[in-house]
Design a binder for this molecule. Structure first.
Ligand code: NZQ
Ligand code: ZN
Length: 397
């Protein structure tokens, strides 16, 4: 096990009706003027925003609401939120939604605390983030894990580049997690969430040399088995409280770093996915179900035994007489891909809805993914421009 730091400061309020405690939670962390951030329609239609506003009013807290966050959230909208929150005099930012809402809330929190800096400077690494505003989350979709993660991903709508920022400063102070709030999710979003949660775990599980790290491996394997089982149930019945609960808790644990302690993160599949979302506005989880099997087949020879172990521990595959690590590894990858198909997640560009791409488009994707020839991606098997292009080509059908 390699040396690590584990910092997971977010207070969790989990269970039915937990959102009724939002006023108590904001007060606990010293907020007085709450800027509520939400998405398109779902949280208004379900009555959640009205209930949150009422609860805050009952707690004697001033509040202002700001909707309109889109999936793959846009920089221009976050900038607008910063101006509105500053004008309101907000001292607490409350995201009510999923990853897109939370990441926008994180951006607004940074902008409010640093009004002299354009927020994109933090994402483009022109400026270092040293302070932010108080931030809380009410989760309505289990997927991105932003409610406890150190990450926020924004799309610059002028350049269509989708970029991430990682800092412990943006881990929310609290996260309210009521699985019943996810009952209204469309089936497609449930599937995207299951894939994303698996990916946050697998992007940590496949790491160079995977030094003896049993505790972390067992947590990761248990989380994967749980989310796969619960995902199958949730795809049939999004009102199944037990399944939605398992997925919701798995979502947070998959991305607060617990499933990667003592190892190195890879995250190349996320990098492939971000470029697809930036260029084609594709749903995050769907980009990952397309790219993971391609990536896995491309890098399998880096460590076939690791993939074989994954097949045995997560999918309960049994080695056939004389079967090599490599053959078992390939079966594990095929089994993962079959699972994605079984929950109606795409595994090719055509299924993703972007069609078969031209050679020029593939090259553009690969260039963007290398940040225009300034980096390689991944740690398990670092990939340069040619490697990245080859993996995109494998998905191009
Ligand atoms: O906008 P509304 O109407 O709310 O609809 C949303 C949206 O269309 C809908 N939705 C959310 N809760 C719902 C609901 N519909 C019905 N009932 C509910 N209870 O779901 C759609 C997707 O929402 P979004 O927030 O985009 O989903 P998700 O949580 O998957 O977030 C994806 C974004 O997070 C980023 C992704 O890149 C993407 O931009 N990520 C953020 C991470 C982080 N900050 O730690 C890590 C992830 O790897 C990821 O990159
Ligand atoms: Zn993700």
């Amino acid at each position: 096990m390699q040396a690590f730091e584990f910092y997971c400061p977010t207070k969790i309020y989990f269970g039915k009706g937990a959102e009724a405690r939002v006023g108590e939670a904001v007060k606990h962390f010293g907020g007085t003027k709450v800027f509520i951030v939400y998405g398109g329609h779902s949280a208004v239609k379900s009555g959640l925003i009205a209930r949150i506003e009422q609860t805050l009013t009952d707690a004697g807290l001033e509040h202002m609401s700001f909707g309109g966050v889109q999936p793959n959230p846009r920089l221009s909208h976050a900038r607008e939120g910063v101006q509105k929150a500053l004008a309101f005099g907000a001292d607490f930012i409350l995201g009510v939604g999923g990853g897109s809402v939370m990441d926008t809330s994180k951006a607004i929190a940074h902008g409010v605390a640093n009004p002299e800096t354009d927020i994109w400077d933090f994402w483009s690494k022109k400026a270092a983030l040293t302070k932010t505003s108080k931030l809380g989350a009410v989760l309505t979709i289990s997927a991105a894990g932003s409610e406890t993660s150190d990450s926020a991903v924004l799309t610059n709508d002028e350049t269509t580049l989708k970029r991430g920022l990682n800092t412990d400063l943006q881990r929310p102070l609290f996260a309210i997690m009521d699985p019943e709030l996810t009952y209204t999710l469309p089936r497609y979003q449930v599937g995207c969430g299951v894939v994303d949660i698996m990916m946050h775990t697998l992007e940590r599980y496949f790491n160079p040399g995977h030094p003896s790290n049993r505790m972390t491996d067992e947590i990761a394997e248990g989380l994967l088995r749980t989310v796969i089982d619960a995902g199958r149930v949730a795809m049939q019945d999004s009102h199944n409280y037990d399944a939605m609960s398992e997925i919701m808790w798995a979502g947070s644990l998959s991305h607060n770093n617990l499933t990667g302690l003592g190892g190195v993160k890879d995250f190349s599949v996320h990098q492939f996915g971000h470029e697809l979302s930036g260029m084609f506005d594709a749903a995050h989880g769907a980009t990952l179900s397309v790219m993971w099997p391609q990536w896995a087949r491309y890098v399998v020879d880096t460590d076939p035994a690791r993939f074989a172990h994954y097949g045995e521990a997560v999918w309960r595959l049994t080695r056939k007489g004389g079967e090599s690590d490599r053959d078992l590894a390939l079966r594990a990858i095929d089994t993962t891909e079959e699972f994605f198909r079984s929950i109606d997640m795409p595994t090719t560009f055509t299924e993703l809805g972007i069609g078969v791409l031209s050679e020029e488009q593939l090259r553009e994707l690969a260039e963007r993914c290398t940040f225009f020839h300034t980096r390689v991606v991944g740690k398990f098997c670092p990939l340069d421009y040619d490697g990245i292009l080859a993996v995109y080509r494998m998905a191009n059908k």
